[in-house]
Design a protein around this ligand. Structure first.
Ligand code: NAG
Ligand code: NAG
Length: 534
């Protein structure tokens, strides 16, 4: 029996005094609150839907004051002010024929041949787009949620069923990563039943679908997609790019090292329409670079190689948001997690740097020293940088170069050259991150909420150290948001539900299914009083 639970609270924010920040050591937390304490004194609210599990898709709708939740065979619409009350529920099971087919294909009828809702996006003023595994038959639907000021509505649009291939994964164990830009969905997903054809895919909308080169390990090598963001680069929409965050097996690693996982950031241009003679209906602007999160040491660097989550925090420079990320290790000897922060400008610099190149099967990957064709692969066709108006006009040598050189030679390093915050041997690992920028008397602070696989949320503040951009994380609170220490698998933050100043407040909305689809799913959405804690 799958159990599910959601919790919410508002945590009072506090004017932080420098004295506290200055003298603090990184551990233990200044405040540790149990599930009972959070419930009794801090307004933690929980929500649990009977006979379902796996609250993986969360969508905060500030305007309607709703939290939409996608779960096993269900959608729910909760009140952001109190997720315990007035839930609207909608059953969305997979049809019997699909479940039977799924069972014939050797999958478990009770745990796999269900519709696990994997993604929820705001589609237009009245509808959401929802996609689920549909018993290994991915499917999408438009869900009517009504106009902003109406009574809450939650209805499947009967005309609006869409093929979910390339949008939702088939396998409930796989994660979906996607972003909806206008009417188009950009997703990183396995697009086949066997879970081997990994693709970065654009679908819906008016233009033909576009994808990555199939079965080319230089492009994607057993990737696990984590997050996707649309990040404009200038006033000109032709320069808009979509960034994919994932981890995969390192194609560039020496074979002696075995199956080595690395974390990546990949880019594509929003106005890519594929090539004319080759790379037809494939990306011509796909590039990827390694994301490094490591601690320098005398005997070599300690690498946190497994990217788990990414949060995009807007900053004063609107073209250069910050990327807050959490990583864990895959090492058998040491267990640790880290928060690394990247600047978008450093990501862009890596894509303008040297390409990685491999001359032939017996050669090593090196930095490409030859002539790079014009227009430079990875640069969008736009008036800002050149004269090409469509990727279909790109010369053949550009397309050939792009096909053979998706990987950049230089990695992207974190700001300050090392993790902002890390924990080693803590007995748990970081799974999710959300960040909020908070004004204080002497500037601003970034407050981080880090979900763990032990049912806790850590509240960490980023404190400047020796002048920006260098900063270090200070652990303020450890909150046990679940009764049963299930992993936090999804987390949303609602900054609009803030209490009036000076106690600015915000809300965290974590979700937590366990490891498998049937393991217990819990998902908290904290909500609480506006009491300050400093
Ligand atoms: C939230 O809703 C629950 C269930 O209806 C109710 O018991 C509780 O008092 C509500 N809390 C607040 C603060 O409104
Ligand atoms: C939103 O999209 C749905 C599905 O395509 C459509 O039926 C509906 O009319 C649209 N609503 C608006 C306000 O455009």
């Amino acid at each position: 029996m799958g159990r599910a639970e959601a919790a919410a609270m508002i945590l009072g924010l506090v004017l932080l005094c420098t004295a506290v920040l200055g003298g603090a050591s990184p551990s233990p937390p200044r405040l540790r609150l149990s599930f009972r304490e959070l419930q009794a004194q801090h307004g933690l609210r929980t929500f649990r839907l009977a006979r379902t599990c796996c609250y993986e898709a969360l969508l905060v709708d500030e305007e309607r004051g709703r939290l939409f939740v996608g779960a096993e065979n269900h959608l729910a619409s909760l009140s952001l002010d109190n997720i315990s009350k007035r839930a609207k529920k909608l059953a969305w099971p997979a049809p019997v024929e699909w479940r039977e087919e799924c069972n014939w294909a050797g999958k478990d009828i009770a745990t796999e041949c269900m519709n696990f809702v994997k993604l929820l996006h705001a589609y237009n003023r009245t509808h959401l787009l929802a996609c689920g595994t549909g018993a290994f038959h991915p499917t999408c639907a438009f869900v009517e949620v009504g106009h902003r000021l109406e009574e809450p509505v939650l209805r499947l649009d009967p005309r609006g069923l869409e093929d979910g291939k390339g949008k939702s994964p088939y396998d409930p164990r796989h994660r979906a990563a996607s972003v909806l830009v206008g009417e188009e969905l950009y997703s990183g997903v396995a697009a086949d039943l066997m879970g081997r054809d990994f693709t970065i895919f654009r679908s819906l909308g008016q233009r033909p679908s576009l994808r990555t080169e199939p079965h080319d390990s230089r492009w994607l090598n057993e990737p696990k997609f984590v997050k996707v963001f649309w990040i404009p680069e200038s006033e000109n929409p032709d320069d808009d790019k979509i960034y994919f965050f994932f981890r995969e097996l390192a194609v560039e690693a020496a074979p002696a090292l075995g199956r080595l996982t690395v974390s990546r950031v990949g880019q594509i241009c929003r106005n890519d329409v594929g090539g004319q003679r080759s790379l037809v209906n494939k990306w011509t602007t796909f590039l990827k670079a390694r994301l490094v999160c490591s601690v320098p040491g005398v005997e070599g660097d300690t690498h946190f190689d497994q990217l788990q989550d990414v949060f995009l925090l807007s900053s004063r420079d609107r073209w250069a948001p910050l990327l807050y990320t959490v990583f864990s290790t895959s090492s058998g000897i040491f267990q640790g997690s880290a928060v690394c922060v990247y600047s978008m400008n450093d990501v862009r610099r890596a894509f303008l740097g040297p390409f990685a190149h491999k001359e032939g099967p017996v050669h090593q990957w090196v930095s490409y020293q030859g002539r790079v064709p014009y227009p430079r692969p990875g640069v969008c066709p736009s008036k800002t940088f050149g004269t090409f108006s469509s990727t279909k006009d790109f010369p053949d040598d550009v397309i050939q170069f792009a096909r053979n050189h998706p990987l950049m030679y230089n990695p992207v390093l974190p700001m300050g050259g090392r993790p902002l915050f890390l924990q080693v041997g803590a007995g748990y690992t970081f799974t999710q991150i959300a960040a909020d920028r908070v004004a204080a008397a002497d500037g601003h602070y970034d407050v981080l909420f880090i979900g763990t696989d032990a049912g806790t949320v850590l509240k960490v503040i980023s404190v400047p150290k020796g002048g920006r951009p260098n900063a270090e994380g200070l652990l303020l609170e450890e909150l046990h948001v679940f009764e049963d220490s299930a992993a936090v698998t999804s987390m949303q933050i609602s900054s609009k539900r803030a209490a009036p100043a000076p106690n600015a407040a915000w809300r965290v909305t974590p979700t937590a299914p366990g490891t498998g689809p049937r393991a217990h799913a819990s998902s908290p959405v904290p909500r609480g009083g506006s009491g300050g804690k400093t």
